[in-house]
Ligand binder design. Structure first.
Ligand SMILES: Cc1cc2nc3c(=O)[nH]c(=O)nc-3n(C[C@H](O)[C@H](O)[C@H](O)COP(=O)(O)OP(=O)(O)OC[C@H]3O[C@@H](n4cnc5c(N)ncnc54)[C@H](O)[C@@H]3O)c2cc1C
Length: 373
């Protein structure tokens, strides 16, 4: 193939999920020439729960919200408590519409979207991308191609660690009204299961080993249904990786930009896509090194990631009896206002509203923290 046969662009983005579509949108809004390469016309579906911070990134007037959450119910193997806030603390997105909307705003701004699968990448001054249908050349390459990133592999960056997330949709009428979260070591040592009645969804985030059996058991026990062919599962990165190499960067699940406690990555993908845009514009306009991207996103979310990792490690060390003890102590949490994406904001509000419970829990956590070392 002659060089003329290549589709040429300044920035080539692989993957039009949340990270890739949003980055393409912000870059083309600034007049940057962007090609977005996506292998599937279908939108990858997740549970779509996000903090109110989503409003900083997209215009929610577009009918993208399914529901606003003020109450969540948490279950251990024996007890449960309600987390209640006077004001909504999270949204459930209409996930398919949201994914389509992001692709739409990217192309509206001038991004050229190709439905093509990236198969091979070569670096020879520029990046040469071989797709199933076309070939592309770009000066800057961005891997937004999710947990199994081909770009990450090409760049020789180590894999993150993974958990796995399952989603089953029920056709039956659901018996519960609020989002319910299940912390039971039988199904997941480090994470949790959930039911989102608004989505008619039953899900589980768990360790990869034996995960299908654990999910089948969870389904049977919670809704008396079986794992079926329509159920889907995806890897969820639970550690971050290096996010740059020469003029290439990774954004979103590709480099593990997810919340360690929940695996949630929508807001982090949007935050990091903003930082990627800043680094790319700085590179194009002022020839600054693109690797400043890693400092930019770490400054924004890394502290929260470290706190959540610590909490996750402590939680992992608990057995069901200890989790029950915590749930019994908590009983109920009424909060005025807190940010769903920030554990610090949650703890501050918890200490303010429930100082006795907070100090008891603090002692339990501290005891277990010392056991870890
Ligand atoms: C079961 C489950 C539930 C979840 N629930 C939530 C939640 O409630 N809230 C939340 O914030 N997060 C949630 N997440 C996490 C969230 O889905 C991800 O963090 C987020 O979607 C990451 O976006 P991304 O753009 O980085 O990757 P992805 O959404 O995975 O997008 C990657 C895109 O790249 C494309 N692609 C991959 N390889 C290629 C290739 N070779 N060529 C071309 N295209 C390619 C894919 O088709 C895909 O469109 C959940 C995850 C799972 C698994």
């Amino acid at each position: 193939m002659e060089r003329e046969d290549f589709i040429k662009t300044e920035v080539g983005i692989i993957g039009a999920g949340v990270a890739g579509s949003y980055l393409a949108h912000t870059l083309s809004e600034k007049g940057v020439d962007v090609v977005l390469i996506e292998k599937s016309r279908k939108i990858k579906i997740d549970s779509g729960i996000v903090s109110l911070d989503i409003k900083k990134f997209v215009n929610l007037k577009e009918g993208l919200i399914l529901d606003k959450i003020k109450r969540m119910r948490f279950f251990s193997s024996k007890y449960n408590f309600d987390l209640y806030s006077k004001k909504p603390f999270a949204y459930i997105l209409k996930r398919e519409e949201f994914g389509k909307y992001l692709r739409k705003i990217a192309t509206k701004n001038g991004t050229k979207l190709f439905y093509d699968e990236c198969k091979k990448i070569k670096l020879n001054k520029y990046f040469y991308i071989t797709g199933k249908n076309n070939k592309y050349i770009c000066k800057i390459l961005v891997g937004c191609d999710g947990a199994n990133s081909i770009v990450r592999k090409f760049l020789g960056i180590e894999e993150p660690k993974f958990a796995i997330g399952f989603i089953h949709k029920t056709r039956k009428k659901m018996k519960i009204n609020e989002v319910s979260v299940y912390h039971d070591k039988k199904y997941s040592k480090r994470f949790f299961g959930w039911i989102i009645p608004q989505n008619k969804e039953i899900g589980l985030m768990t360790e990869i080993k034996n995960s299908k059996n654990k999910f089948s058991e969870f389904l049977r026990n919670k809704v008396n249904e079986k794992f079926d062919k329509r159920d889907y599962f995806h890897l969820i990165p639970i550690t971050t990786t290096k996010s740059f190499y020469k003029n290439a960067i990774l954004v979103g699940d590709a480099c593990g930009q997810t919340k360690p406690l929940t695996g949630g990555g929508i807001i982090y993908s949007l935050i990091c896509a903003e930082k990627a845009k800043d680094a790319i514009i700085n590179h194009i306009e002022y020839n600054k090194k693109i690797e400043i991207y890693e400092n930019l996103w770490k400054k924004e979310i890394y502290k929260e990631i470290v706190i959540q990792r610590l909490i996750r490690n402590i939680y992992e060390s608990f057995n069901n009896k200890q989790v029950d003890e915590i749930f019994r102590e908590i009983n109920k949490i009424d909060l005025e206002n807190f940010e769903y994406d920030s554990s610090l904001s949650f703890f501050k509000e918890f200490i303010k509203k429930e100082p006795k419970k907070a100090s008891k829990l603090f002692v339990i956590f501290l005891k277990n923290l010392f056991r870890l070392f």
